[in-house]
Design a binder for this molecule. Structure first.
Ligand SMILES: Cc1cc2nc3c(=O)[nH]c(=O)nc-3n(C[C@H](O)[C@H](O)[C@H](O)COP(=O)(O)OP(=O)(O)OC[C@H]3O[C@@H](n4cnc5c(N)ncnc54)[C@H](O)[C@@H]3O)c2cc1C
Length: 444
């Protein structure tokens, strides 16, 4: 009897788990359950559309999905189509790889005004994620504020500032491209509460801003530290190196003459947003100037305002609880001990650790879960757990149409075929569109 494993979620953490199980557990059969018809989680729906090279990691995941012992059930949501309790009855082991899909709440007055969006929604919109296609963000403004000092903040700013030529080489959905084309946005202000030394950008992302053809990165020279060693004093060696590189890049931006690029991307430090102003709709953001004492930002009592009709809050992500699994609301994760929730139930990726780290940070989670599954199971699986046979019967009974990996490959092919010159694909942006395209394809 095989050991039947269900992995809930097909992002990096889910795929690294499947790949580790294939290597270490020759008797495992793996079913990957995904709420969307499309696999790969934030690789498709989070990584920026102009970072296609990063998205190529999906080719590796595809090799895993094509292995004989792996099945993919897209368009099946645990908690909606099948409960976690039912999954546990059908499988010897269930691995939760569901990520962290909501925004950390921006809790300042005015955060609920029109024109204020969380980055999960905004990024989902520009990446064609079906959940966010009705967002219709307000872009009819010359000026935007992006709150946050990580790569997601930079992604949002860069996507808005890219030239039409640059955007044509991405897989931004047509309605997004059209909305950006129509928009008069010519200034983006990326706001960080602490100083340039504390920003969490990676250096590659920061340097990319200097290569934009239509927008110039702007940094205030007076915000750059005069004593770099003192500014980096609290950071350990590796972090110190990355931040030192960032300071070099930022110093270069601070020294550059304004030039003649028509748009400006301001990196504004020591700026703590305290209120979003406007009559029902965002019209400006009010910030308090800060100073950094012992690594913490402290208000100075001086306030300033930046006019802006669009505010994007990129201050982090949050997981949602899943019925049938415990949830630590304060930390926004499923409580676990090194990935084990209890025997038979495991967590990997952002739902295990919280929303931090890069794609490869999820790999050790998968390896760890695979080890737990081997340790917790006898060499043979439980004969009463019939895995996908039972799952398929249940989905049939409930009238749920699932999408197998071959069907995803057809969606993939249709998207690539529909792309205009230079673009990698033209995404389907609703589940209905994907399912009808498959059904029409079947009837031909
Ligand atoms: C905007 C953004 C940009 C990023 N860019 C980069 C980058 O350029 N480079 C980099 O290295 N890292 C990047 N990251 C980080 C990287 O994307 C994450 O480390 C990684 O995606 C986390 O993997 P995960 O599998 O835990 O979650 P996810 O990738 O979110 O995958 C979770 C999957 O589970 C599915 N799911 C959720 N609930 C259910 C359910 N109930 N039933 C079935 N399926 C479900 C979701 O639909 C999703 O497919 C970025 C992150 C964000 C937010």
């Amino acid at each position: 009897m095989p050991i039947r494993v269900a992995i809930i979620g097909s992002g990096p953490a889910g795929f690294y788990t499947a790949s580790a199980l294939l290597k270490t557990c020759p008797n495992c059969e793996i079913d990957i359950i995904e709420r969307l018809p499309t696999p790969y989680g934030l690789i498709r729906g989070g990584v920026a559309p102009d970072h296609q090279t990063t998205k190529k990691i999906a080719n590796k995941y595809e090799q895993t999905a094509l292995m004989e012992r792996v099945r993919f059930y897209g368009n099946v949501e645990v908690g909606r189509d099948v409960s976690l309790t039912e999954m546990r009855e059908m499988y010897d082991a269930v691995v939760l790889a569901v990520g962290a899909r909501s925004d950390r709440r921006l809790s300042i007055p005015g955060a609920d005004k029109l024109g204020v969006y969380g980055s999960a929604a905004f990024v989902g919109w520009y990446n064609g994620h079906p959940d966010f296609q009705n967002l219709n963000p307000y872009l009819d403004t010359p000026s935007v504020a992006v709150i946050g000092n990580g790569n997601v903040a930079i992604d949002c700013a860069r996507v808005l500032m890219r030239s039409a030529y640059g955007r044509a080489r991405t897989d931004l959905p047509d309605p997004v491209t059209e909305a950006i084309d129509r928009s008069p946005i010519n200034e983006v202000h990326v706001l960080g509460r602490r100083g340039p030394a504390d920003a969490a950008f990676t250096n590659v992302e920061l340097r990319e801003l200097g290569l934009l053809t239509q927008a110039a990165p702007r940094v205030r020279a007076e915000q750059m530290p005069s004593d770099i060693d003192a500014a980096l004093a609290g950071y350990e060696k590796r972090e110190h190196r990355v931040r030192q590189r960032n300071l070099t890049t930022l110093a270069d931006y601070a020294e550059r003459p304004p030039g003649d690029k028509p748009k400006a991307l301001h990196l504004e430090f020591y700026a703590s947003p305290v209120e979003i102003l406007g009559d029902g709709r965002a019209e400006a953001i009010r910030c308090e100037r800060t100073r950094v004492i012992d690594g913490r930002a402290e208000g100075t009592g001086t306030f300033f305002e930046i006019p802006c009709g669009l505010v994007i809050s990129a201050i982090g992500y949050r997981a949602e609880p899943l019925d049938g699994a415990p949830f630590d609301d304060a930390r926004g994760i499923i409580p676990n001990t090194s990935g084990r929730i209890e025997a038979g139930l495991y967590a990997v990726g952002w739902i295990k650790r919280g929303p931090v780290g890069v794609i490869s940070t999820n790999r050790p989670d998968g390896e760890q879960a695979a080890r737990h599954i081997q340790d917790d199971n006898p060499p043979e699986g439980d004969p009463s757990k019939t895995g996908h046979q039972c799952l398929e019967a249940l989905l049939h009974e409930r009238g749920r149409r699932w999408v197998c990996f071959d069907e995803w490959k057809r969606i993939d092919e249709m998207e690539k075929t529909a792309a205009e010159d230079g673009a990698p694909r033209r995404k389907f942006i609703s589940v209905d569109e994907m399912l009808s395209a498959l059904d029409n394809d079947n009837s031909e």
